[in-house]
Design a protein around this ligand. Structure first.
Ligand code: UT7
Length: 332
């Protein structure tokens, strides 16, 4: 019997309507369009500012889109994995809520919290349930409502993040398409440089934690930048080498959209020309768990059956990694 791989057979995505531009941010903090554009590549981000709407509501849009595209019902989903650090509630998991809202009555579901690497962690996890033959239809989502944990008086972080994401359907394939290889890493000592100080069991919410603005993202940008460039480039080149892929055999690099300069550095180390490096950071900023499925959704029409995609990421934890994916269908 031939080996079963987990192929992506449909994709959905979602970003909220509201745009937060660099010009808007100039009115909120001491910054300017030239600084943001040259240091990050970001021009605008999307913000989910509708009362009562949360991360699950964005994921529901994407899951419904992929079900429509594939022509299947929600009751056919065996497992739904949600990569997020901004679930609707502390518990239960956001994945449970998404399943309820889309009507995935036969699925079990759970969240994966690995910050910007969440989608790759979840994709590799979901792929294993397909590869073993245990499941036939696994949905992997990556979404964050970063605006819920961003301090819009802190110019170090508020210029970077946005809301949105995407979802993919994994199904068994016997021709070698789908997830071919994955390198995933973590180093919890990096938490010092990128974290949310309060709200967890270490520091439950109090008036003091709120007054001290500790329920927002804290980042030492320069240090994270240093680790992100070297580690993302390392795993991306490593996955090419161990799968005997030269730059000419890589169709596209899909890298976490945190900073254009980090992506450019990774692409340079992989010897990839700019036309193979996909970017939408200028329109959406950094959507954390959302960037990679959102990028895949945005550029789906480019992909042909057999294209070799390299996915790469780095984020809070620290967590990082790279996945080699063989695209399974001609996108229309
Ligand atoms: O997705 C999760 C992983 N995260 C990342 O990968 C992010 C990695 N880090 C970065 O992308 C970059 O470090 C940032 C975009 C966050 C910052 O860029 P930077 O080139 O590292 O700037 P910096 O923090 O070293 O700041 C340089 C200067 C400072 O002024 P002085 O001290 O040189 O006078 C900052 O105070 O720029 C100043 N600055 C700003 N100026 C205008 C910092 N933020 C701003 C701002 N507007 N928004």
């Amino acid at each position: 019997m031939s080996k079963i791989t987990a192929a992506i057979t449909a994709i959905g995505g979602y970003v909220p309507e509201k745009r937060l531009t660099n010009a808007d941010l100039e009115k909120m903090v001491d910054t300017n369009d030239e600084w943001i554009t040259s240091r990050t590549g970001i021009k605008e981000r999307r913000i989910l500012d509708i009362p009562g709407k949360a991360t699950s509501d964005m994921a529901v849009e994407a899951v419904n889109e992929l079900l429509r595209k594939r022509g299947i019902g929600a009751d056919e989903i065996d497992l739904l994995i949600m990569a997020t650090i901004t679930g609707d509630l502390v518990f239960p998991s956001c994945a449970n809520i998404v399943c309820d809202k889309v009507g995935a009555k036969n699925a079990w579901s759970f969240d994966v919290a690995a910050a910007c690497s969440g989608f790759l962690y979840a994709l590799e996890t979901g792929a294993k349930f397909i590869e073993t033959g245990k499941h036939k239809k696994v949905v992997v989502c990556g979404f964050d409502k970063m605006s819920a944990i961003i301090d819009y008086t802190d110019r170090n972080t508020c210029i970077i993040f946005g809301d949105g994401g995407g979802a993919v359907l994994l199904e068994p394939n016997e021709e070698g398409y789908g997830v071919v290889d994955a390198i995933l890493k973590s180093d919890g000592s990096g938490r010092e440089y990128l974290h949310q100080k309060a709200g967890g069991s270490l520091k439950p919410p109090t008036h003091e934690t709120i007054d001290a603005r500790e329920h927002y993202v804290y980042q030492e940008g320069k240090t994270v930048f240093k680790f992100a460039t070297t580690n993302m480039a390392d795993v991306s080149t490593q996955i090419m080498e161990r799968n005997h892929l030269g730059a000419d055999q890589v169709s596209y690099l899909l890298a976490h959209q945190a900073n254009k300069r980090i992506i450019d550095y990774t692409a340079e180390k992989m010897h990839l020309p700019s036309e193979k490096v996909l970017m939408n950071i200028e329109r959406y900023g950094n959507t954390t768990s959302g960037t990679l499925p959102l990028l895949m959704w945005d550029f789906e029409k480019l992909f042909k059956k057999g294209d070799n995609l390299i996915l790469a990421t780095f984020g809070g934890g620290f967590t990082w990694g790279s996945i080699y994916l063989k695209w399974a269908y001609d996108s229309k």
